[in-house]
Unconditional design. Sequence first.
Lengths: 63, 424
Amino acid sequence: MKLLLDATRCQGYGLCQEPAPELIDLDEWGYAQPRGTTVPEGGEEAAAAAVAACPNSALRLVK
Amino acid sequence: MTGVFSLLPEGRPGLLEPLLSGAWLSGSGEDLPRYLAAGGYAPLPEPGRLLDRIAAAGLRGRGGAGFPAAVKLRAVRDAPGLPVVVANGEEGEPGSVKDRWLLRHRPHAVLDGLRLVAAMTGAGHGCVYLSDAPAERAVRRSLAERPTELRIDVVRTEHTYVAGEETAVVRRIDGGPALPTAKPPRPFESGVGGAPTLVANVETLARIALTHARPEAAEAVAGAHLVTLSGTNREGPTVGGGAALAEVPVGTHLKVLADLCGHGGADSVLLGGLFGGLHGAGWPDLPLDHDRLSAAGGALGCGALYFLHPEDCPVAVATEATAYLAAQSARQCGVCVSGTRALAGTLTDVARGAADAGTSDKLHRWSRGLPGRGACGLLDAAARVVGTLLAHFPDRVDGHRNAACPACAGPAPEDGRRFTVPVP
Ligand code: SF4
Ligand code: SF4
Protein backbone atom coordinates (compact mmCIF):
# COMPACT_ATOMS: atom_id res chain seq x y z
CA MET A 1 0.00 0.00 0.00
CA LYS A 2 1.09 3.52 -0.73
CA LEU A 3 0.42 6.67 1.25
CA LEU A 4 0.29 9.62 -1.15
CA LEU A 5 0.21 13.30 -0.26
CA ASP A 6 -1.32 15.88 -2.58
CA ALA A 7 0.93 18.85 -1.82
CA THR A 8 -1.60 21.26 -3.35
CA ARG A 9 -4.11 20.29 -0.65
CA CYS A 10 -1.90 20.13 2.41
CA GLN A 11 -2.61 23.17 4.56
CA GLY A 12 -0.26 22.26 7.36
CA TYR A 13 -2.88 21.52 10.00
CA GLY A 14 -0.68 18.72 11.28
CA LEU A 15 -3.63 16.56 12.33
CA CYS A 16 -2.41 13.60 10.25
CA GLN A 17 0.75 13.19 12.27
CA GLU A 18 -0.89 12.38 15.58
CA PRO A 19 -2.29 8.96 14.62
CA ALA A 20 0.74 8.10 12.46
CA PRO A 21 3.90 9.59 13.96
CA GLU A 22 6.07 6.82 12.53
CA LEU A 23 4.76 7.42 8.99
CA ILE A 24 4.53 11.19 8.78
CA ASP A 25 6.84 14.00 9.82
CA LEU A 26 5.85 17.62 9.91
CA ASP A 27 8.37 20.02 8.42
CA GLU A 28 9.41 23.31 10.00
CA TRP A 29 6.42 25.04 8.41
CA GLY A 30 3.97 22.39 9.61
CA TYR A 31 3.40 20.67 6.27
CA ALA A 32 3.15 16.90 6.18
CA GLN A 33 6.12 14.93 4.92
CA PRO A 34 5.41 11.21 4.59
CA ARG A 35 8.61 9.29 5.37
CA GLY A 36 8.19 7.18 2.28
CA THR A 37 5.39 6.40 -0.10
CA THR A 38 5.26 2.68 0.67
CA VAL A 39 3.50 1.91 3.93
CA PRO A 40 5.57 -0.59 5.96
CA GLU A 41 3.99 -3.84 7.13
CA GLY A 42 1.77 -3.25 10.13
CA GLY A 43 1.41 0.45 9.37
CA GLU A 44 -1.83 0.14 7.40
CA GLU A 45 -4.10 1.09 10.28
CA ALA A 46 -2.10 4.17 11.20
CA ALA A 47 -1.99 5.19 7.55
CA ALA A 48 -5.76 4.89 7.25
CA ALA A 49 -6.17 6.92 10.45
CA ALA A 50 -3.90 9.65 9.04
CA VAL A 51 -5.96 9.78 5.85
CA ALA A 52 -9.15 10.08 7.91
CA ALA A 53 -7.66 12.76 10.16
CA CYS A 54 -6.82 15.20 7.38
CA PRO A 55 -9.58 17.80 7.13
CA ASN A 56 -8.51 18.68 3.62
CA SER A 57 -8.37 15.19 2.05
CA ALA A 58 -4.70 15.76 1.23
CA LEU A 59 -3.71 12.15 1.94
CA ARG A 60 -4.83 9.02 0.18
CA LEU A 61 -4.00 5.36 0.27
CA VAL A 62 -3.62 3.41 -2.94
CA LYS A 63 -2.92 -0.26 -3.57
CA MET B 1 20.19 39.80 -30.72
CA THR B 2 19.85 36.05 -30.73
CA GLY B 3 21.86 34.27 -33.42
CA VAL B 4 20.82 31.01 -35.06
CA PHE B 5 23.45 28.35 -35.73
CA SER B 6 23.77 24.71 -36.68
CA LEU B 7 26.70 22.56 -35.57
CA LEU B 8 25.40 19.46 -37.31
CA PRO B 9 27.79 17.84 -39.79
CA GLU B 10 27.25 18.77 -43.42
CA GLY B 11 24.34 16.91 -45.00
CA ARG B 12 22.74 15.73 -41.77
CA PRO B 13 19.04 16.56 -41.63
CA GLY B 14 18.20 19.12 -38.97
CA LEU B 15 15.38 21.36 -37.84
CA LEU B 16 17.25 24.63 -38.39
CA GLU B 17 19.25 23.83 -41.51
CA PRO B 18 16.61 24.44 -44.22
CA LEU B 19 15.87 27.85 -42.82
CA LEU B 20 19.51 28.74 -42.19
CA SER B 21 20.35 28.01 -45.80
CA GLY B 22 17.35 30.09 -46.82
CA ALA B 23 16.07 27.23 -48.93
CA TRP B 24 12.62 27.06 -47.40
CA LEU B 25 11.80 30.60 -46.51
CA SER B 26 8.78 32.12 -48.15
CA GLY B 27 7.83 35.34 -46.51
CA SER B 28 8.23 34.73 -42.79
CA GLY B 29 7.20 31.12 -42.67
CA GLU B 30 7.97 27.60 -43.70
CA ASP B 31 7.20 27.01 -47.36
CA LEU B 32 4.59 24.26 -47.69
CA PRO B 33 5.45 23.01 -51.22
CA ARG B 34 9.11 22.63 -50.24
CA TYR B 35 8.17 20.95 -46.99
CA LEU B 36 6.05 18.47 -48.95
CA ALA B 37 8.83 17.94 -51.51
CA ALA B 38 11.27 17.11 -48.69
CA GLY B 39 9.02 14.29 -47.51
CA GLY B 40 6.73 16.21 -45.21
CA TYR B 41 3.20 14.89 -44.52
CA ALA B 42 4.04 11.60 -46.25
CA PRO B 43 1.43 8.87 -45.73
CA LEU B 44 1.90 6.58 -42.74
CA PRO B 45 0.60 3.15 -43.73
CA GLU B 46 2.26 1.36 -40.79
CA PRO B 47 2.29 3.48 -37.62
CA GLY B 48 3.85 0.60 -35.67
CA ARG B 49 6.96 0.67 -37.82
CA LEU B 50 7.56 4.38 -37.19
CA LEU B 51 7.09 3.75 -33.47
CA ASP B 52 9.67 0.95 -33.58
CA ARG B 53 12.06 3.20 -35.47
CA ILE B 54 11.68 5.95 -32.86
CA ALA B 55 12.30 3.39 -30.11
CA ALA B 56 15.39 2.01 -31.87
CA ALA B 57 16.78 5.50 -32.44
CA GLY B 58 16.36 6.28 -28.72
CA LEU B 59 14.50 9.56 -29.18
CA ARG B 60 13.89 11.31 -25.86
CA GLY B 61 11.33 13.99 -25.07
CA ARG B 62 12.55 17.59 -25.35
CA GLY B 63 10.34 19.28 -22.80
CA GLY B 64 12.81 18.80 -20.00
CA ALA B 65 12.48 15.38 -18.40
CA GLY B 66 14.08 13.52 -21.30
CA PHE B 67 11.73 10.56 -21.04
CA PRO B 68 11.97 8.03 -23.92
CA ALA B 69 9.41 9.12 -26.52
CA ALA B 70 8.47 5.59 -27.60
CA VAL B 71 7.67 4.49 -24.03
CA LYS B 72 5.27 7.42 -23.61
CA LEU B 73 3.67 6.77 -27.03
CA ARG B 74 3.07 3.11 -26.22
CA ALA B 75 1.66 3.90 -22.78
CA VAL B 76 -0.90 6.25 -24.33
CA ARG B 77 -1.70 3.85 -27.16
CA ASP B 78 -2.23 0.95 -24.75
CA ALA B 79 -4.30 2.80 -22.12
CA PRO B 80 -8.06 2.20 -22.27
CA GLY B 81 -10.01 4.95 -24.06
CA LEU B 82 -9.67 7.10 -27.19
CA PRO B 83 -6.42 9.07 -26.78
CA VAL B 84 -5.85 12.80 -27.20
CA VAL B 85 -2.51 14.20 -28.43
CA VAL B 86 -1.16 17.60 -27.46
CA ALA B 87 1.66 19.60 -29.04
CA ASN B 88 3.09 21.47 -26.07
CA GLY B 89 4.66 24.73 -27.22
CA GLU B 90 4.49 26.54 -23.92
CA GLU B 91 8.10 26.93 -22.77
CA GLY B 92 8.13 28.32 -19.26
CA GLU B 93 11.91 28.57 -18.89
CA PRO B 94 12.76 32.22 -19.56
CA GLY B 95 16.13 31.21 -21.02
CA SER B 96 14.67 28.92 -23.70
CA VAL B 97 13.40 30.04 -27.11
CA LYS B 98 13.50 26.86 -29.17
CA ASP B 99 9.83 25.90 -28.82
CA ARG B 100 8.48 29.33 -29.75
CA TRP B 101 11.00 29.52 -32.59
CA LEU B 102 9.84 26.14 -33.94
CA LEU B 103 6.17 27.10 -33.82
CA ARG B 104 6.83 30.43 -35.49
CA HIS B 105 9.18 29.14 -38.20
CA ARG B 106 8.52 25.40 -38.60
CA PRO B 107 4.81 25.05 -37.81
CA HIS B 108 4.31 22.40 -40.48
CA ALA B 109 7.00 20.19 -38.96
CA VAL B 110 5.22 20.39 -35.59
CA LEU B 111 1.76 19.76 -37.05
CA ASP B 112 3.15 16.90 -39.15
CA GLY B 113 4.58 15.38 -35.97
CA LEU B 114 1.25 15.83 -34.22
CA ARG B 115 -0.70 13.93 -36.87
CA LEU B 116 1.97 11.18 -36.79
CA VAL B 117 1.70 10.68 -33.02
CA ALA B 118 -2.09 10.70 -33.39
CA ALA B 119 -1.75 7.84 -35.90
CA MET B 120 0.69 5.94 -33.67
CA THR B 121 -1.53 6.22 -30.58
CA GLY B 122 -4.89 5.97 -32.35
CA ALA B 123 -5.92 9.42 -31.14
CA GLY B 124 -9.09 11.05 -32.37
CA HIS B 125 -8.29 14.63 -31.45
CA GLY B 126 -5.26 16.91 -31.26
CA CYS B 127 -4.40 20.21 -29.58
CA VAL B 128 -1.67 22.77 -30.03
CA TYR B 129 -1.02 24.43 -26.69
CA LEU B 130 0.85 27.75 -26.64
CA SER B 131 0.98 31.31 -25.34
CA ASP B 132 3.10 33.07 -27.95
CA ALA B 133 0.97 35.24 -30.29
CA PRO B 134 3.25 35.04 -33.38
CA ALA B 135 3.42 31.27 -32.89
CA GLU B 136 -0.36 31.07 -32.77
CA ARG B 137 -0.67 33.03 -36.02
CA ALA B 138 1.85 30.74 -37.74
CA VAL B 139 0.05 27.60 -36.54
CA ARG B 140 -3.38 28.85 -37.59
CA ARG B 141 -2.03 29.89 -40.98
CA SER B 142 -0.47 26.46 -41.49
CA LEU B 143 -3.64 24.65 -40.41
CA ALA B 144 -5.62 26.63 -42.98
CA GLU B 145 -2.96 26.02 -45.62
CA ARG B 146 -3.00 22.27 -45.19
CA PRO B 147 -5.86 20.86 -43.13
CA THR B 148 -5.05 17.47 -41.58
CA GLU B 149 -7.35 14.48 -41.27
CA LEU B 150 -7.02 14.96 -37.53
CA ARG B 151 -9.22 17.50 -35.75
CA ILE B 152 -6.77 20.00 -34.24
CA ASP B 153 -7.66 22.77 -31.78
CA VAL B 154 -5.37 25.63 -30.81
CA VAL B 155 -5.48 26.37 -27.09
CA ARG B 156 -3.99 29.60 -25.84
CA THR B 157 -2.59 29.77 -22.32
CA GLU B 158 -0.82 32.36 -20.20
CA HIS B 159 2.98 32.47 -20.16
CA THR B 160 4.17 31.34 -16.74
CA TYR B 161 6.95 29.09 -15.46
CA VAL B 162 4.56 26.21 -14.77
CA ALA B 163 1.98 26.57 -17.59
CA GLY B 164 3.81 24.01 -19.75
CA GLU B 165 3.97 21.33 -17.04
CA GLU B 166 2.00 18.38 -18.39
CA THR B 167 -0.76 18.30 -15.77
CA ALA B 168 -1.15 22.10 -16.05
CA VAL B 169 -1.53 21.64 -19.81
CA VAL B 170 -4.33 19.13 -19.31
CA ARG B 171 -6.09 21.27 -16.72
CA ARG B 172 -5.99 24.35 -18.99
CA ILE B 173 -7.25 22.46 -22.06
CA ASP B 174 -10.12 21.19 -19.93
CA GLY B 175 -11.07 24.80 -19.20
CA GLY B 176 -9.33 25.25 -15.85
CA PRO B 177 -6.33 27.29 -14.80
CA ALA B 178 -2.88 26.33 -16.17
CA LEU B 179 -1.72 24.95 -12.84
CA PRO B 180 -0.19 21.54 -12.06
CA THR B 181 -2.13 18.82 -10.25
CA ALA B 182 -0.88 16.05 -7.98
CA LYS B 183 0.36 12.86 -9.67
CA PRO B 184 -0.72 10.12 -10.09
CA PRO B 185 -2.67 10.08 -12.31
CA ARG B 186 -0.36 11.20 -15.07
CA PRO B 187 -1.87 12.43 -18.35
CA PHE B 188 -1.09 9.15 -20.13
CA GLU B 189 -3.53 7.46 -17.74
CA SER B 190 -6.07 10.23 -17.37
CA GLY B 191 -5.63 13.50 -19.23
CA VAL B 192 -7.82 15.76 -21.34
CA GLY B 193 -11.46 14.96 -20.52
CA GLY B 194 -10.23 11.86 -18.68
CA ALA B 195 -8.81 10.34 -21.88
CA PRO B 196 -5.29 8.93 -22.11
CA THR B 197 -3.31 11.94 -23.30
CA LEU B 198 0.07 12.38 -24.92
CA VAL B 199 1.56 15.74 -24.01
CA ALA B 200 4.52 16.05 -26.35
CA ASN B 201 6.98 18.90 -26.62
CA VAL B 202 6.97 20.57 -30.05
CA GLU B 203 10.65 19.76 -30.68
CA THR B 204 9.93 16.09 -29.99
CA LEU B 205 7.11 16.25 -32.56
CA ALA B 206 9.28 17.99 -35.17
CA ARG B 207 11.95 15.29 -34.66
CA ILE B 208 9.32 12.59 -35.16
CA ALA B 209 8.24 14.27 -38.42
CA LEU B 210 11.87 14.46 -39.56
CA THR B 211 12.38 10.80 -38.64
CA HIS B 212 9.43 9.86 -40.82
CA ALA B 213 10.69 11.95 -43.75
CA ARG B 214 14.28 10.72 -43.40
CA PRO B 215 14.08 7.21 -41.92
CA GLU B 216 17.69 6.43 -42.81
CA ALA B 217 18.80 9.28 -40.52
CA ALA B 218 16.61 8.35 -37.54
CA GLU B 219 19.51 8.05 -35.12
CA ALA B 220 21.09 11.33 -36.12
CA VAL B 221 17.75 13.08 -35.80
CA ALA B 222 17.21 11.61 -32.32
CA GLY B 223 20.77 12.54 -31.37
CA ALA B 224 20.51 16.23 -32.17
CA HIS B 225 19.36 18.89 -29.73
CA LEU B 226 18.03 22.40 -30.02
CA VAL B 227 19.72 24.49 -27.34
CA THR B 228 19.34 28.11 -26.24
CA LEU B 229 22.59 29.73 -25.16
CA SER B 230 22.95 33.00 -23.29
CA GLY B 231 25.03 34.66 -20.64
CA THR B 232 25.75 37.85 -18.83
CA ASN B 233 25.62 40.49 -21.47
CA ARG B 234 27.21 43.72 -20.37
CA GLU B 235 28.29 46.69 -22.35
CA GLY B 236 32.02 46.91 -22.60
CA PRO B 237 34.93 45.55 -24.58
CA THR B 238 36.10 42.74 -22.31
CA VAL B 239 32.95 41.03 -21.21
CA GLY B 240 30.00 40.32 -23.39
CA GLY B 241 28.58 37.95 -25.83
CA GLY B 242 25.10 37.30 -26.97
CA ALA B 243 22.46 34.67 -27.14
CA ALA B 244 22.01 31.89 -29.64
CA LEU B 245 19.61 29.20 -30.72
CA ALA B 246 21.61 26.25 -32.01
CA GLU B 247 21.15 22.69 -33.16
CA VAL B 248 24.00 20.53 -31.97
CA PRO B 249 24.87 16.83 -31.83
CA VAL B 250 24.45 15.07 -28.50
CA GLY B 251 27.75 14.93 -26.64
CA THR B 252 28.97 18.35 -27.78
CA HIS B 253 31.20 19.78 -25.06
CA LEU B 254 29.74 22.73 -23.22
CA LYS B 255 32.91 24.72 -23.93
CA VAL B 256 32.06 24.57 -27.65
CA LEU B 257 28.61 25.97 -26.89
CA ALA B 258 30.06 28.83 -24.81
CA ASP B 259 32.40 29.75 -27.66
CA LEU B 260 29.55 29.60 -30.15
CA CYS B 261 27.59 32.40 -28.49
CA GLY B 262 30.51 34.64 -27.55
CA HIS B 263 30.86 33.48 -23.96
CA GLY B 264 34.21 31.72 -24.35
CA GLY B 265 35.45 33.60 -21.30
CA ALA B 266 32.81 32.08 -19.03
CA ASP B 267 33.95 30.27 -15.91
CA SER B 268 30.70 28.64 -14.84
CA VAL B 269 27.27 27.75 -16.20
CA LEU B 270 23.66 27.45 -15.12
CA LEU B 271 22.14 24.37 -16.76
CA GLY B 272 18.70 23.35 -17.90
CA GLY B 273 17.18 26.81 -17.81
CA LEU B 274 16.81 27.24 -14.05
CA PHE B 275 16.36 23.52 -13.52
CA GLY B 276 19.88 22.05 -13.73
CA GLY B 277 21.83 24.06 -11.19
CA LEU B 278 25.13 25.96 -11.20
CA HIS B 279 28.35 24.27 -12.30
CA GLY B 280 31.92 25.47 -11.89
CA ALA B 281 35.29 23.75 -12.33
CA GLY B 282 35.19 21.05 -14.99
CA TRP B 283 32.03 22.25 -16.73
CA PRO B 284 33.73 23.00 -20.11
CA ASP B 285 34.41 19.30 -20.67
CA LEU B 286 30.91 18.15 -19.75
CA PRO B 287 29.06 16.74 -22.76
CA LEU B 288 25.57 17.86 -23.69
CA ASP B 289 23.81 14.64 -22.72
CA HIS B 290 20.94 13.90 -20.34
CA ASP B 291 22.63 11.06 -18.50
CA ARG B 292 26.09 12.59 -18.27
CA LEU B 293 24.76 15.89 -16.96
CA SER B 294 22.55 14.10 -14.42
CA ALA B 295 25.57 12.11 -13.27
CA ALA B 296 27.34 15.44 -12.70
CA GLY B 297 24.51 16.55 -10.41
CA GLY B 298 22.89 18.71 -13.09
CA ALA B 299 20.16 18.34 -15.66
CA LEU B 300 19.90 19.14 -19.35
CA GLY B 301 16.23 20.07 -18.99
CA CYS B 302 14.99 22.01 -22.01
CA GLY B 303 18.54 22.60 -23.24
CA ALA B 304 18.92 26.21 -22.09
CA LEU B 305 22.38 27.21 -20.82
CA TYR B 306 23.34 30.46 -19.13
CA PHE B 307 27.06 31.26 -18.95
CA LEU B 308 28.62 33.20 -16.08
CA HIS B 309 31.83 35.21 -16.40
CA PRO B 310 34.55 35.60 -13.75
CA GLU B 311 33.13 39.05 -13.02
CA ASP B 312 29.76 37.50 -12.20
CA CYS B 313 28.88 36.37 -8.72
CA PRO B 314 27.32 32.89 -8.55
CA VAL B 315 25.59 33.91 -5.31
CA ALA B 316 23.94 36.84 -7.09
CA VAL B 317 22.83 34.59 -9.96
CA ALA B 318 21.47 31.96 -7.56
CA THR B 319 19.64 34.66 -5.59
CA GLU B 320 18.03 36.02 -8.74
CA ALA B 321 17.08 32.54 -9.90
CA THR B 322 15.44 31.58 -6.60
CA ALA B 323 13.73 34.96 -6.27
CA TYR B 324 12.28 34.49 -9.74
CA LEU B 325 11.14 30.94 -8.92
CA ALA B 326 9.59 32.11 -5.64
CA ALA B 327 7.68 34.78 -7.57
CA GLN B 328 6.61 32.19 -10.16
CA SER B 329 5.42 29.66 -7.59
CA ALA B 330 1.83 28.84 -8.45
CA ARG B 331 1.09 29.09 -4.71
CA GLN B 332 -0.84 25.88 -4.64
CA CYS B 333 1.47 23.85 -2.43
CA GLY B 334 2.23 25.28 0.98
CA VAL B 335 5.64 23.65 1.01
CA CYS B 336 6.53 25.37 -2.27
CA VAL B 337 5.41 28.80 -1.09
CA SER B 338 7.30 28.47 2.21
CA GLY B 339 10.25 26.60 0.69
CA THR B 340 11.01 28.94 -2.21
CA ARG B 341 10.52 31.96 0.02
CA ALA B 342 12.94 30.51 2.59
CA LEU B 343 15.54 29.67 -0.06
CA ALA B 344 15.36 33.07 -1.77
CA GLY B 345 15.24 35.00 1.50
CA THR B 346 18.15 33.14 3.02
CA LEU B 347 20.26 33.53 -0.13
CA THR B 348 19.52 37.26 0.02
CA ASP B 349 20.96 37.25 3.55
CA VAL B 350 24.06 35.47 2.24
CA ALA B 351 24.41 37.96 -0.60
CA ARG B 352 24.23 40.91 1.82
CA GLY B 353 26.79 39.44 4.16
CA ALA B 354 24.12 38.91 6.80
CA ALA B 355 24.58 35.14 7.00
CA ASP B 356 25.73 33.49 10.20
CA ALA B 357 27.36 30.16 10.93
CA GLY B 358 24.05 28.29 10.77
CA THR B 359 22.93 29.68 7.43
CA SER B 360 24.77 27.17 5.26
CA ASP B 361 23.43 24.27 7.31
CA LYS B 362 19.90 25.51 6.80
CA LEU B 363 20.43 25.87 3.05
CA HIS B 364 22.02 22.41 2.87
CA ARG B 365 19.07 20.89 4.71
CA TRP B 366 16.49 22.53 2.45
CA SER B 367 18.34 21.72 -0.76
CA ARG B 368 18.29 18.04 0.22
CA GLY B 369 14.84 17.87 1.82
CA LEU B 370 12.65 19.95 -0.49
CA PRO B 371 13.03 18.20 -3.88
CA GLY B 372 10.04 16.06 -4.78
CA ARG B 373 7.71 17.67 -2.27
CA GLY B 374 5.77 20.03 -4.54
CA ALA B 375 3.22 18.98 -7.13
CA CYS B 376 5.56 20.11 -9.90
CA GLY B 377 9.28 20.64 -10.43
CA LEU B 378 9.53 24.34 -9.59
CA LEU B 379 10.50 23.70 -5.99
CA ASP B 380 13.06 21.11 -7.17
CA ALA B 381 14.62 23.69 -9.47
CA ALA B 382 15.05 26.19 -6.65
CA ALA B 383 16.49 23.50 -4.36
CA ARG B 384 18.98 22.42 -7.04
CA VAL B 385 20.19 25.97 -7.67
CA VAL B 386 20.95 26.27 -3.96
CA GLY B 387 22.40 22.76 -3.58
CA THR B 388 24.79 23.19 -6.50
CA LEU B 389 25.79 26.69 -5.34
CA LEU B 390 26.83 25.24 -1.97
CA ALA B 391 28.52 22.21 -3.51
CA HIS B 392 30.49 23.94 -6.26
CA PHE B 393 31.12 27.45 -4.92
CA PRO B 394 31.61 27.10 -1.14
CA ASP B 395 34.38 29.72 -1.06
CA ARG B 396 32.35 32.25 -2.99
CA VAL B 397 29.45 31.72 -0.57
CA ASP B 398 31.70 32.09 2.49
CA GLY B 399 33.44 35.12 1.03
CA HIS B 400 30.27 37.14 1.40
CA ARG B 401 30.60 37.03 5.19
CA ASN B 402 33.87 38.96 5.14
CA ALA B 403 33.55 41.50 2.37
CA ALA B 404 30.66 43.26 0.67
CA CYS B 405 30.01 41.91 -2.82
CA PRO B 406 29.32 44.64 -5.39
CA ALA B 407 27.44 42.22 -7.67
CA CYS B 408 25.04 41.40 -4.84
CA ALA B 409 24.17 44.98 -3.92
CA GLY B 410 20.48 45.83 -4.10
CA PRO B 411 17.46 43.55 -3.97
CA ALA B 412 17.38 40.57 -6.34
CA PRO B 413 14.97 41.26 -9.20
CA GLU B 414 12.09 38.79 -9.32
CA ASP B 415 11.32 39.26 -12.99
CA GLY B 416 13.95 36.86 -14.33
CA ARG B 417 15.13 39.48 -16.82
CA ARG B 418 18.75 38.37 -16.53
CA PHE B 419 17.77 34.94 -17.83
CA THR B 420 15.31 36.01 -20.52
CA VAL B 421 16.34 35.46 -24.13
CA PRO B 422 14.53 37.14 -27.06
CA VAL B 423 13.14 34.76 -29.68
CA PRO B 424 15.18 35.14 -32.88
S1 SF4 C 1 -3.67 16.89 8.24
FE1 SF4 C 1 -3.77 17.15 6.02
S2 SF4 C 1 -3.47 19.32 5.68
FE2 SF4 C 1 -2.79 18.85 7.76
S3 SF4 C 1 -0.60 18.46 7.62
FE3 SF4 C 1 -1.63 16.52 7.45
S4 SF4 C 1 -1.90 16.23 5.26
FE4 SF4 C 1 -1.45 18.38 5.54
S1 SF4 D 1 5.31 22.99 -6.53
FE1 SF4 D 1 4.99 25.21 -6.49
S2 SF4 D 1 4.77 25.80 -8.60
FE2 SF4 D 1 4.47 23.58 -8.51
S3 SF4 D 1 2.26 23.28 -8.27
FE3 SF4 D 1 3.11 23.39 -6.22
S4 SF4 D 1 2.96 25.58 -5.64
FE4 SF4 D 1 2.70 25.42 -7.84
